[in-house]
Design a protein around this ligand. Sequence first.
Ligand SMILES: NC(=O)c1ccc[n+]([C@@H]2O[C@H](COP(=O)([O-])OP(=O)(O)OC[C@H]3O[C@@H](n4cnc5c(N)ncnc54)[C@H](O)[C@@H]3O)[C@@H](O)[C@H]2O)c1
Length: 379
Amino acid sequence: MVIGVPKEIKNNENRVALTPAGVAEFRRFGHTVYVQVNAGVESGFEDEEYIDAGAVMLPTIEDVYGISEMIMKVKEPIASEYNLIKEDQLLFTYFHFASSEELTHAMIERKAVCLAYETVEKTDRSLPLLIPMSEVAGRMAVQEGAKYLEKPQKGRGILLGGVPGVKPAHVLILGGGIVGTQAAKMAAGLGAHVTIMDISLPRLRYLSDIMPENVDTLMSNEYSIREAVKHSDLIIGAVLIPGAKAPHLITREMLKLMRPGTVLVDVAVDQGGCIETCVPTTHENPTYVIDNVVHYCVANMPGAVPYTSTVALTNATLTYALQLANKGWQKACRDNDELKRGLNVVNGKIVYKGVADAFGLPLNDVNELLQREEEEIDY
Ligand SMILES: NC(=O)c1ccc[n+]([C@@H]2O[C@H](COP(=O)([O-])OP(=O)(O)OC[C@H]3O[C@@H](n4cnc5c(N)ncnc54)[C@H](O)[C@@H]3O)[C@@H](O)[C@H]2O)c1
């Protein structure tokens, strides 16, 4: 198969969809890989490394789209890319269709095959191509929180781990999923006193078993949250209710209970945030202060660490991309339900319920469509 990797052009997106190691894997299976010049440079990968791994560099994004059967990207195509997409071309990237009607209609019109990272789903309902970004954001939440707790950043002026003879900081984590677990490990490793709250008792049992001594687990409810915020220095929002807006676990009125300089890092901001006073911010201007409480609400936290994020993402996407390249998307999706769940739009037809529902558009049966493709190929 001919695979193309364009340079990301969405504002502030520094990741790239394939590393030189990924190129070498495709080459091992006899595929051809075209990479746009400078595509990896913001993630720390020079053109020479891609060439050494067996890629052919192309000067423009038009060249890459024009020659490739499968386009591997990170972010959804933006308007200037729509016309470059060809009928039958396979696009493997994050799409988040339900949040953009314009993108959905554009992809229907282009008659491309859109396989979305975010809906590739395992039988246990986990989302293997979203997990790496939650891991990055969870670990980063503590790093950022520690920074904004410093006095010059308007924080309380407390060191997370304390020093001998001085108490460490208290870190409260709402939600003990992927983000919360990674955040807890980082904060505990730095010596902070950590409390994780979740509504799932099995999850709290698991966390209680694996976490170090300086991590407590607590059932999440309004009463416990209200008590805990009074003596927490850093509060990390990491809840998720799949398919729904995050609940406001910390209300505006609770800010008054917090000590001045408390830092809130609402990682769940991309789902509306679990802190009522949270509004999305950017890496250029990540924080604001309300009632003497510092809010950090960056919606694309992994974007600040493109090297780590690129490698983490491609570690997860590559095995799926290889299946698509080795078998063709039709057979790869017939053989692997995880990949099949990633199909959102196929040759102008919506095949993913969430996208059809979001815009009241007709839903097509993905199995029928794959069956038809098979018959056409056999014929
Ligand atoms: N800002 C960013 O850059 C960024 C990056 C990655 C992920 N995220 C977001 O972070 C959030 C968490 O992601 P995740 O991968 O950890 O999800 P997850 O599903 O692994 O974990 C969510 C946890 O929240 C718990 N929960 C639900 N309701 C709760 C409540 N009322 N109180 C306490 N806990 C509750 C669930 O039981 C679950 O354990 C999501 O909104 C995700 O989109 C943001």
